[in-house]
Design a protein around this ligand. Structure first.
Ligand code: HPA
Length: 273
């Protein structure tokens, strides 16, 4: 079966669930899944029910697709996402984003929990992702190119829309939310980084580090989507603070930042209308 046949089967299943045809996909990172409560009359489906969709859930992420309206704007919401550290192949990593492109999605709002490396950041801060550094040693586009989605060699000069960065800064200012801005380093995981790795990534120009987002944004960029990336700094990275890192701490801080992140995304979506 060809990849297009697989997209078709996923599309028929998903489009059979709702009359809405969203052009916006929101991916919710660790501890941010509650944002889906803002969807009116949601249709909720487990990833495992969607043909060809890969599902491997982790704590704090439910593995569900939510379809519905936020205000007047139709959205797809991915509550939970896949990570390389779960043992997924490049093909499995690129499938959901390419499939959503096939369904007509052009806008991606992506969130994550991350560790702060920039010493001027603190847990609970929210950072607009301006750019990223891929330290995963993998690229989800490796393998056969899907020509109807994007070109073999894709430009990465503006993976995060400059216009959208300006817009979210404007929104944050009007609600007196202070946002940081910086570079996200994608780390393979699942262990957290060593002190020396963090020192190295800082030297390379990174401000925060996390285990997601980079693969999805590479695929979205290849597919010609506009991307807004928001990172919640849930802890200071190894060696920046002397605390030991734990996923419980990540989830706790992420939940605390939820209200601010939600407000930002809700107002941003209104701008997309
Ligand atoms: N490192 C990598 N991933 C993370 C971190 C971190 O410190 N915090 C939350 N996700």
């Amino acid at each position: 079966m060809s990849i297009i046949d697989e997209f078709c089967q996923s599309k028929i299943f998903i489009e059979g669930l709702s009359i809405l045809r969203p052009k916006t996909l929101i991916i919710l990172g660790s501890g941010l899944g509650d944002f889906a409560k803002f969807v009116k009359n949601p249709v909720i489906v487990s990833y495992s029910d969607i043909p060809f969709f890969v599902q491997k859930s982790i704590e704090g992420q439910s593995g569900e697709l939510v379809i519905g309206l936020i205000g007047q704007h139709p959205v797809y919401i991915m509550k939970g996402r896949n990570h390389y550290y779960q043992g997924l192949t490049d093909e499995e990593m690129r499938y959901p984003i390419q499939m959503f492109k096939y369904l007509g999605v052009n806008n991606l709002i992506i969130t994550n929990a991350c560790g702060g490396m920039n010493p001027s950041f603190k847990p609970g801060d929210i950072m607009i992702i301006e750019d990223h550094i891929n330290m995963m040693g993998r690229n989800p586009l490796i393998g056969d190119n899907v020509d109807i989605i994007g070109p073999r060699f894709s430009d990465m000069s503006e993976p995060y829309s400059l216009l959208w960065i300006e817009k979210i800064e404007e929104i944050a200012k009007s609600y007196e939310i202070h946002l940081k801005k910086g570079v996200y380093v994608g780390y393979f995981g699942p262990s957290y980084e060593t002190r020396s790795e963090i020192l190295a990534y800082r030297q390379l120009g990174g401000d925060v580090v996390g285990m997601s987002t980079v693969p999805e944004v590479i695929v979205a960029s290849h597919a010609g989507m506009q991307v807004l990336g928001l990172s919640v700094i849930t802890n200071m990275a190894t060696g920046i603070s002397m605390n030991k890192l734990s996923h419980d701490e990540v989830l706790k801080t992420s939940l605390e930042a939820m209200d601010k992140v939600s407000l930002l995304i809700l107002k941003f979506i209104a701008f997309l209308e």
